[in-house]
Write a protein that binds this ligand. Structure first.
Ligand code: DQA
Length: 147
């Protein structure tokens, strides 16, 4: 079965209570379950990992070589982590960057993504729907690549 890894960075475990006016009221588990069900309907196994630690996320990426795609919300590491970008650059599959909010419309420090150059594309600003659209984008690219 084709596997998609959903990867969540720092503070995303706080969704539901963290700035609901920006990120919505759904929890990370809500998003993961929705993506898992949608993925299954498309024939994918969806795995999820969350960590508040940069090194943990990098190791998960290193160990994900057998998966076909990564959908990553790296949280604030999006704006700072060249190490995460390097890890993703070595990953052979499809990579979709996803954000609940639209970082480009927020504080200046959120306007830069260190990941942008190494991902296939970015979906941002649709709150929970961003995850559904990111899964759809991964599916379309995998299908175009013959999976
Ligand atoms: C986020 C946007 C980041 O700027 C922020 O640090 C997050 C969440 C989003 O999903 O909108 O933690 O990635």
């Amino acid at each position: 079965m084709t596997t998609i890894l959903l990867l969540s960075g720092p503070n995303l475990d706080q969704l539901g209570v963290r700035s609901p006016e920006i990120y919505g009221t759904e929890t990370l588990d809500d998003h993961v379950e929705r993506v898992r069900r949608a993925g299954e309907a498309l024939g994918y196994e969806v795995l999820h990992r969350q960590s508040n630690f940069e090194g943990d996320l990098i190791e998960v990426i290193h160990e994900a070589a057998e998966t076909s795609a990564i959908v990553i919300n790296a949280g604030a590491l999006t704006h700072t982590s060249w190490a995460l970008a390097d890890a993703l650059a070595s990953y052979p599959g499809v990579v979709i960057e996803v954000h609940l909010s639209n970082p480009a419309a927020r504080e200046p420090f959120r306007h830069t993504s260190t990941l942008a150059a190494v991902v296939d594309g970015t979906i941002a600003g649709f709150r929970g729907l961003s995850y559904d659209l990111a899964l759809e984008a991964a599916h379309r690219l995998l299908t175009a690549n013959g999976r």
